[in-house]
Design a protein around this ligand. Structure first.
Ligand code: NAD
Length: 484
């Protein structure tokens, strides 16, 4: 198999898709020649094949990253690194339509956006006139990064920018389900002048390439985004050399609607919060709790809004809002949860089945689904479904709303709709989540930390908090006096 293949997309886009591993600024074949299939979720057809990294390829990529770190990247100036990153950001911007099309084709996404940033400083600490201490922030060295399939480019950008800005070198493994946009992106690092080995990309399966990276003895830090189940595995693998670990894992984020809320706004945000990206967002507000006085009105308006505004279609159709699920596996999993919801006795208000429209029936299309009257014990309320399926339940007072909101093992996001400013802040404090949205859902900004508590993860991404996850403070003590 060759290192690239020609592609022509339904929207007329033509390009050459790289298929190799990207190591030392070159696309290369995996040593074993093993490959993985890239499937089009809109049709179930194979888009193409890319080389899949095995353990030996991971060793080669890590050695390249180590050499680049020792040879100069660790001593490079922040200004030089920033200039390279800004040049790279410009390439991203210039190619955003093409990258967006590749990602749409590979993952079933109907829309896409991207962003990036830098800044870092140590402290001088002087408590004693004869002693001076200061801290410097040093990079870890070689960082392994493992990302999921739901936002390949964004997840890669959130991880690469702070790691590189802080002076680390990187080996990033994409998801076996969506390798294409990441491989295309790789060439821009060479183009704008990043030294060989500073950024390396490998496609490959989690249990092989991901495992090899997470337990590698010459990797200093592992940053992971994906499911909680895999996050637990990564944390164990990382004990091999006590590497630093950050985990961005799953969620089951609540959205609370009090009786004093602006109901029209709550309805719109609730729909954005679960139906965007086909419900495949870690922070999806997939559990909605509505105060009893406005419960019936909310459910009726919410179902009407979703039915009217969230049309299904192929990714390159202009009016398509909800695309296909990413893979057969996800499709089967979501349908099985819909079945569980029906059997558990939740009231099906909308959807609840695959889309059998002749145009869509071969792809992984599931109708936007709303279950109402859910009980706290229902599995669809407690387990992450990761699809366009939302459960709506009723609460009596604020204490009950917080009790429900905090009942799952997750703690990623939470949304609160109310006009009472005091209650809004009290609830924001009481809810167990890494991010709280007051009168919105899923707001995100590259300057504002992103991450979860409980089993949704460890550490933060984005902004200064995210940058700090890629450095270690070194304390330097200076003796200004003489020995007693
Ligand atoms: P996943 O856990 O199946 O896979 C994520 C990545 O881990 C992939 O690259 C995969 O190849 C790799 N992997 C799998 N098994 C591995 C192993 N044994 N060792 C090392 N690596 C391994 O998750 P997914 O299905 O790709 O993504 C969906 C999940 O990601 C959802 O649970 C979602 O909530 C979560 N997610 C979280 C965030 C966040 O920021 N918190 C963001 C996006 C997605």
């Amino acid at each position: 198999m060759s290192l690239s293949y020609e592609v022509s997309l339904p929207d007329g886009t033509k390009f050459s898709q790289p298929a190799g591993l990207f190591i030392n600024n070159e696309y290369v074949k995996s040593k074993s020649g093993k490959t993985l299939d890239s499937i089009n979720p809109g049709t179930g057809e194979v888009n193409g094949h890319v080389y899949a990294a095995q353990e030996e390829d991971v060793d080669i990529a890590v050695a390249a990253a180590r050499e680049a770190f020792n040879k100069g990247w660790k001593k490079s100036s922040g200004v030089d690194r920033a200039n390279l990153l800004f040049a790279f950001a410009k390439e991203l911007k210039d190619n955003r339509d093409l990258l967006g099309s590749i990602e749409a084709w590979d993952s079933g996404k109907t829309k896409i956006k991207m962003q990036s940033t830098i800044s870092m400083s140590g402290k001088v600490i002087q408590h004693d006139p004869l002693k001076l201490a200061y801290t410097v922030h040093e990079p870890f060295g070689v960082c392994g990064q493992i990302i999921p399939w739901n936002y390949p480019l964004a997840m890669a950008a959130w991880k690469l920018a702070p790691a590189l800005a802080a002076g680390n070198t990187v080996v990033l493994k994409s998801s076996e389900i969506t390798p294409l946009s990441i491989l295309y992106l790789a060439q821009f690092f060479k183009k704008v002048g990043f030294p060989p080995g500073v950024v390396n990309f490998i496609s490959g399966y989690g249990a092989v390439a991901g495992k090899a990276l997470a337990e590698h003895l010459d990797v200093d830090k592992i940053a992971f985004t994906g499911s909680t189940a895999t996050g637990r595995v990564i944390q164990k693998l990382a004990t091999s050399n006590l590497k630093a670990v950050t985990l961005e894992c799953g969620g089951k984020s609540p959205l609370i609607v009090r009786k004093d809320a602006d109901l029209e706004q709550a309805v719109k945000w609730a729909a954005v919060g679960i139906m965007s990206n086909q419900g495949q967002i870690c922070t999806s507000t997939s559990r909605i709790y509505v105060q009893q006085e406005v419960y019936d009105e909310f459910v009726t308006k919410f179902a009407k809004h979703v039915e009217e505004e969230y049309k299904q279609g192929h990714v390159f159709e202009s009016d398509a809002v909800v695309g296909p699920q990413v893979s057969q596996q996800q499709y089967d999993k979501i349908l099985s949860y819909i079945d569980i919801g029906k059997k558990e006795g939740a009231r099906l208000v909308l959807g609840g089945e695959k889309n059998t429209d002749p145009k869509l029936k071969d792809g992984y299309f599931i109708k936007p689904t709303i279950f109402a009257d859910v009980k706290p014990t229902h599995r669809i309320v407690n387990e992450e479904i990761f699809g366009p399926v939302v459960s709506v339940g009723k609460f009596v007072d604020d204490d009950e709303a917080i009790k429900y909101a905090n009942q799952t093992e997750y703690g990623l996001g939470a949304a609160i709709f109310t006009k009472d400013i005091t209650v809004a802040h009290t609830m924001a404090s009481d809810v167990q989540a890494g991010m709280v949205w007051i009168n919105s859902s899923n707001d995100s900004d590259v300057h504002i930390p992103f991450g979860g508590v409980k089993m949704s993860g460890i550490g933060r991404e984005l902004g200064e908090y995210g940058l700090n996850m890629y450095t270690q403070a070194k304390a330097i003590h200076v003796n200004l006096g003489s020995m007693l």
